[in-house]
Structures are given as structure tokens and as C-alpha cells.
Ligand binder design. Structure first.
Ligand code: GLP
Length: 241
């Protein structure tokens, strides 16, 4: 595990973007595993800046996103498809056909999950997986469980996740209760995993995830076992380590 200590959110975003940028420069057809949430927004802004400065070309890059809410249409501005278009895809020269998400509108969970596992298989091994950290230790939408789910699966969001994510919706009732998420094996198979964590509110769970035992009740703790795991976190997030 490598820990990069950043002064604040801005520096965290810059350092994380530099790591992703070097991946894109060294391997123009790389597969990036991408994440949503507020933590990676600054990282995407930095990548867009580098693209506009002519340093990056996304035309060969392929992406697989971690997760999607069940039931939301991709045109809904709360869907993760919309999020990625708004924060990154519509601002760089990535080809839309090279970007992939679980199909939140597919009501047949078995079909949706099998299809996404097949998409990931076809896209090939993820070169770099970007992650945020949920307040209950979730990665993607892999919520605390009694085991580490391997493949793409349907999850019931925990109350802590619903509470944390309701800020993106006009009311708590509107937050979808279910999501499809890449499994822990999908994340761990990536050649490199990069996690961005910011703010005092994440300090406790970050310490638990990285210094506590590896247990499925703290899904992010599995990252301790990844051979190339990089954490970029700001001072507030690292304040309990
Ligand atoms: C959501 C996403 C996660 C993300 C988490 C943390 O639940 N599914 O992938 O890591 O939010 O979000 P934030 O970065 O806003 O704290």
C-alpha cells in the first residue's frame, strides 16, 4: 500500500489525476474503472484541464463504471451515467461506445449482473480502478456483508448510504433503495487501485479500513490485500491514522 498525503481536496485531486494521466499517456487504450460521488469530482476536473491543455487523448480509453442505481433512467440527473457524462465524458474526447455501466433499467437482476460481468470480461482487465470510500466502508456499492461478493450483484443500500447520498436528491424518499454494483473481485482484479478520500468525516472509517482487520463488514478493508493499492488522501482524512 502506498499512501500519498495531500494538503487538501485540491491537492488530492491533482495528485490522483496525475496518476490517472500517466496511465492514459503510457497506455492510450487503457481500461479505467471509474467511480462516482463527490470525492472524484475534482480529479475529473483536473483530467479535463489536462485534456484541454493537449496533454491527454481519451480517444482510445475504455471505461467500466463501478455501479448504477436500480430503476433510474440514464437521462435522470441522479443516474451515474449522467454523472459521468456531466463531470468527464462530455468534456473530453472519449468515445461513448467505449464507456460502460451496469444497466440500472434492467429489472431482471440476474440478467443485468450477468450482462455487466460479460461486458467487463470483453473489455479486458482494468488497468486502474478509481474508488471513493463510503461512510460505512463501502466501495462501489459493496455494502458491509458477511462475505465479499465476487461478481456484479444487486444490493440493498444501507441506511447510512441512503442518508449520505440523499444530498443528491430532492428528498430522501427519492433515493433508490437498490443498486447494481461491480463485485469485490471485479475491483481487486484491477492491475492498480487508486482510492481518493477527503475530509474529517471519513477519518474514522479510513483508519478502520486500512489499519483494522480485513473483514467483509468493512468492504474497503479488502484493499489491504491488493498488490498495487495507492491511497491519495488529504490531511483531514488521514488525521486518525
Ligand atoms: C456512492 C458511490 C461510491 C462512492 C461513495 C462515496 O455511494 N456508489 O462509489 O465512493 O458514494 O461518496 P462521496 O465521495 O460523495 O463521499
Amino acid at each position: 500500500m502506498r499512501i500519498i498525503r495531500a494538503k487538501d481536496y485540491c491537492e488530492m485531486s491533482r495528485r490522483a489525476a496525475e496518476i490517472i494521466a500517466s496511465e492514459v499517456i503510457l497506455k492510450p487504450d487503457c481500461v479505467l474503472g471509474l467511480a462516482t460521488g463527490s470525492s472524484p469530482v475534482g480529479t475529473y476536473d483536473e483530467l479535463v484541464k489536462m485534456y484541454k491543455d493537449g496533454a491527454l487523448d481519451f480517444s482510445g480509453v475504455r471505461t467500466v463504471n463501478l455501479d448504477e442505481y436500480c430503476g433510474l433512467d440514464i437521462t435522470s440527473d441522479q443516474s451515474y451515467v449522467w454523472f459521468m457524462h456531466h463531470h468527464l465524458f462530455d468534456r473530453v474526447n472519449i468515445r461513448p461506445e467505449n464507456t460502460h455501466f451496469p444497466d440500472g433499467k434492467q429489472a431482471d437482476a440476474q440478467k443485468a449482473c450477468a450482462e455487466y460481468d460479460a461486458v467487463m470480461e470483453k473489455t479486458g482487465r482494468t488497468d486502474l480502478q478509481l474508488l471513493g470510500l463510503g461512510p460505512d466502508g463501502h466501495i462501489g456499492f459493496n455494502e458491509p456483508e458477511d462475505f465479499f461478493p465476487a461478481g456484479t450483484h444487486k444490493v440493498a443500500l444501507t441506511d447510512s448510504t441512503i442518508q449520505a447520498n440523499k444530498r443528491f436528491f430532492s428528498s430522501e424518499e427519492e433515493v433508490p433503495r437498490f443498486a447494481y454494483t461491480m463485485g469485490v473481485a471485479g475491483i481487486m482484479k484491477a492491475r492498480r487501485v487508486l482510492m481518493v478520500v477527503s475530509g474529517k468525516s471519513k477519518a474514522g472509517i479510513l483508519k478502520e479500513a486500512l489499519c483494522g482487520p480485513v473483514v467483509p463488514q468493512v468492504p474497503a478493508s479488502v484493499l489491504q490485500l491488493h498488490p498495487d493499492f495507492v491511497l491519495v488522501a488529504d490531511e483531514e482524512a488521514l488525521s486518525e491514522m
